[in-house]
Design a protein. Sequence first.
Length: 149
Amino acid sequence: MNNPPSGLRRPLLALLLLLSAALGTSGPAAAAPLEDDLLAFEGRFQWQDARRDYVFSDRPGLAGLLEPITEDKLSALAGCIDDPRLAAARLDGKAVTLGVMCYQALRLFAYVERENWPGHIGPLATPEERRAAKQAWRTALAEHRYVLH
């Protein structure tokens, strides 16, 4: 593919940026700021015997980061459940993955009522379990088989 003449490059770039803004950014570019916020969000997961599960220490702060929740945000959160990058949040002093934070954030707003569903994972989930959860959530969101809190 030929590059445009140098005198046209800047106007074409400006046009592309304007079109992107006018159409609304979606996909990976839209998810990036959300992912950046989740990567930097501090907190810790602690085991609670009564729930028989790990609970995140700053659930209200995490919810506030995402409000108002939209279908695009739910989709972005489901899409990053398997992301292996290390986040600021901790479990037993060790960083959890961005995928764990995406799942935690998603669960603050939505849930699926099914037993033994692969979309239910904890912060110690394996990469394979996180991939299965991502697929399960994407399907549930596409088919509107979820409930908002």
